[in-house]
Design a protein around this ligand. Structure first.
Ligand code: FMN
Length: 316
């Protein structure tokens, strides 16, 4: 795997980003990822302001390599999170789930590298115009919040690559080196991966979250909340209850009552491992994840799988 445009921009060895994930990407995981030569990312979406400061401090003490913070713009205090992170010395920002214009004045003014997550060509063009350094195209396969546009990674990445000049990172459905090679053939400069990194020793998510991913077949996830905020989760008792109510035509209000506080629901899954009532966010790539291993072992495996996939192409 050669250092390319994305590696140069981020000053990393391999063109892979460990995704920011609520309740599942604190400094333990992010530091291990940065130390292994990819970009580690702190998921600020589920952290208090104090936890953010503590996690950034821990990162600075655990790695000399670059790392990013992920800020979902649906958080009302997103601008404050960016300020806290910037004041603490963070220079790489990944924003998602909202209008990039909202945070542009704050981020562009500073000497930062800024990536924004988009679900469409239009979203990518808007982000580019707003001043981002790269776009992360997230397809329908991805774990967590999902766009109602439902464009898959395979279709989205080449269309965005044709439409913007900034580097494109692919996300959603990638869990091994073959996937990385595939999205790079489609025009991406690298891959962002979430689900695969939950099943690592360093990820602090509850073991039940990791086991559900490892045990999941290809059909192991579903989209819940089509009338609310769409979320891709693993099939559990709670997810099946949501699906049943949606199928029976439950109203938005009824569904809101079933899901309750989404923040707490996700915490019950990822932190407490509550198999009955928790929500466990994960992507369709869960079916490709078969073990829980150290981050460094995973990154080395991704590289050899990527090289094997590339080497097999001339024979096609
Ligand atoms: C448990 C979990 C939590 C997530 N939380 C966030 C988040 O806080 N912010 C965000 O931008 N994306 C979030 N995502 C999406 C990831 O950043 C990433 O784009 C996605 O996982 C890529 O697809 P994959 O799961 O197929 O690798 C989350 C995904 C998962 C699985």
């Amino acid at each position: 795997m050669r250092a390319n445009r994305l590696c140069q921009l981020l000053n990393i060895r391999y063109p892979v980003i460990q995704a920011g994930m609520v309740w599942a990407s604190d400094w333990h995981l992010a530091a291990a990822c940065s130390n292994s030569g990819i970009l580690g990312t702190l998921g600020l979406g589920s952290m208090s302001h104090e936890e953010i400061a503590l996690n950034i401090e821990k990162m600075k003490n655990s790695t000399e390599n670059p790392f990013a913070v992920n800020i979902p713009l649906l958080r009302p205090d997103a601008v404050d999170l960016a300020r806290i992170a910037h004041d603490a010395g963070v220079r790489i920002f990944i924003t998602s789930a909202g209008n990039p214009e909202r945070i542009a004045p704050d981020i562009n003014r500073k000497k930062t590298i800024w990536f924004h997550v988009v679900p469409s060509v239009k979203g990518a063009q808007k982000a580019e115009k707003t001043g981002v350094d790269a776009v992360i195209c997230e397809g329908y396969e991805a774990g967590g919040h999902n766009s109602p546009l439902e464009i898959t990674t395979l279709a989205l990445v080449p269309q965005v690559a044709d439409a913007v000049k900034v580097p494109v990172v692919a996300a959603g459905g990638i869990a091994d080196g073959r996937g990385i090679a595939a999205v790079m053939a489609l025009g991406a400069s690298g891959a962002q991966m979430g689900t695969r990194f939950i099943a690592t020793d360093e990820c602090q998510a509850h073991n039940n979250h990791k086991r559900l991913i490892v045990d999941a077949p290809d059909t192991g996830t579903c989209i819940i909340g089509r009338k609310l905020d769409m979320l891709r989760v693993l099939r559990t008792e709670f997810a099946d209850q949501m699906l049943k109510s949606e199928l029976e035509g439950a109203s938005r209000e009824d569904l809101l009552e079933i899901i309750g506080n989404e923040f707490n629901r996700n915490r019950s899954g990822s932190v407490l491992g509550d198999l009955k009532d928790g929500a466990f966010q994960a992507g369709q790539s869960s079916g490709l994840v078969n073990d829980i291993i150290p981050v460094d072992t995973l990154v080395q495996r991704l590289i050899s799988e990527y090289n094997a996939a590339r080497n097999s192409l001339p024979a096609l």
